[in-house]
Design a binder for this molecule. Sequence first.
Ligand code: GTP
Ligand code: SPV
Ligand code: MN
Length: 636
Amino acid sequence: MQRSCLSGPPHRSFNLDNPTSENTVISLRGSNTMDNLAPAITPPRGVGGTKISHQGVLDWVQEVARRTQPENIFWCDGSARENSYLLEVAQHQGILQKLNEKKVPGSYLHRSNPNDVARVEQFTLICTRTKEEAGPTNNWADPAETYLKLNEMLKGAMEGRTMFVIPYIMGPPDSPLAKVGFEITDSIYVVLSMRIMTRMGEVAVKRLEGSSNGEWNRGVHSLLDVHPDRRLICHFPQDNAIISVGSGYGGNVLLSKKCLALRIGSYLARQQGWLAEHMLILGVESPEGRKHYVAAAFPSACGKTNFAMLIPPEHYKGWKITTIGDDIAWMQIGADGRLYAVNPENGYFGVVPGTSYKSNPNAMKSIERDTLYTNVAQTDDHDVWWEGKDGPAPAHAIDWRGKEWTPESKEKAAHPNSRFAVPMRNNPVLDPDVEKGEGVPISAIIFGGRRSDTMPLVFQAIDWERGVYAGATMASETTAAATGAVGQVRRDPMAMLPFCGYHMGQYFKHWLKIGPRIQNPPLIFHVNWFRKGADGKFLWPGFGDNMRVLKWVIDRCEGRGGATESPVGFIPRPADLDTQGLANVPEETLAELLSIKPGEWKKELQGQQEFFETLGADLPPELTAQHKKLAERFAS
Ligand code: GTP
Ligand code: SPV
Ligand code: MN
């Protein structure tokens, strides 16, 4: 299947049956098919070109190329030179727009197709061998049938396009938890984003070639024609493989993130005895220099990035909050019997709207430069704007769809799920141990949902099993991070409903099994920043003031911190929380925030029961027993 090289001098001829191991751009065919979505590119000599001799990877790339028929293959090396080149091309092709170099240096704006602005849970499939393995909370499809269907969709899908091969590594390269992945994509936007979000290039190839188990994830992504009818995000946990088609947006296409680090990750974690979780990881250091790390699971768009880099209220002199990660935690038991966590990612893909110097100054400082913005508004001087940004709205802007916008417009200027992608190095409070291979020891795990009622500001679970129960019964209002209705309460156990790669009941079992193996387990808490009063307004100011709750959590970890025991667990009394300088939270509001209302909990217990029933025989009996005991405590 020899093909000739017709695409110009930088290309070498490529024999599909005999791939070279030192590739820059490999030209496959001389098609003139110009594709508006992703026209092929012809980079100058010296751009791209990771050296790789791994036969498994080479064979797989060859197989995908044979099916998708790209114009050429571009092996990404993750270098700065390659990045500058691809940024140029992306601007030329209209995929990116350069932003004002004075206001946001090194930053670009991308507008995704308006039909493609969030994760699509209904088109996200877990293709385990049996439906039972995927469980009732996942969309299951037969792997053989799905491969056939996808292979059909991928036939010739990259004709006239460049096929990029992205080697990447998740986790600090020397971490025992680190995982290698390869993503094939026909989207430059994906390449540019993956360079921010992962450790990309040679470092991954080195790790794979030196690895003892030879484990690597194969990810294939093609935009196809970006049509919702041809959009599928498919996971094959048994093959450590992902195929994503028809989307160009974030969590659907940056296959390192939700697809590998969580869905495939959670599947591997169960087999291998660790945890892959939708959690931020932060460090908190007291003025005396005592440092704790905390991991927290909140559902999508429920406050992880904000919590991970919060700035404490003014009177917390000498307290330091540092960020390890803002979205994903991989955790395993360390030699000293504590739970250790690493952040597998290298950047943040964060929610833009609502981000301001008031709500999240560290995020604002992070995204002042080197930022890839998606679906925000652009001002007349090529700056970025969004709802909730500091200062007045611009008199005129181009909205996320590319249309004229003024403050009188009915539509939002920035999409509610508009995002920034930024290297974690930009974070002024990046934790110094973020590259530590063994990770950081976790003192507390916090679960939290977006609940306008029922859930108190904070409670502590009495022990591991009751902590797992609190996580397993979590619920939250849906957000713009996924397509579909916003604001509907649904069960989202451990913030993993859309991200668990196997049966949720088995996932709970895994959690219950791991706890007793941790000699010195983290304490488990539940928080709710989003409780509302009768006027429909948030009762708690949130953001930096969440430090007050974090402080109580740390106090509890250190054996201090007062509490009262309620049916759901330990709850601080108003006097146990630091309220110094807390504006607009009168005593009655604080009491309301900390209240457990039996009427609301009756409904809550019912909702938890209904969810548990959907899990059938795989629901661990320990959780059924916990539910019964909780109901009894409320009854007495
Ligand atoms: P994903 O990236 O989707 O996983 O989201 P995330 O969990 O990192 O959420 P993020 O921190 O980006 O916050 C999402 C939205 O919640 C933003 O609009 C924030 O302004 C808002 N938010 C975050 N923290 C708080 C809080 O403490 N109180 C209130 N009221 N809103 C908050
Ligand atoms: C989320 O939805 O939880 C995100 C954004 O972090 S995405 O990468 O799109 O999944
Ligand atoms: Mn997330």
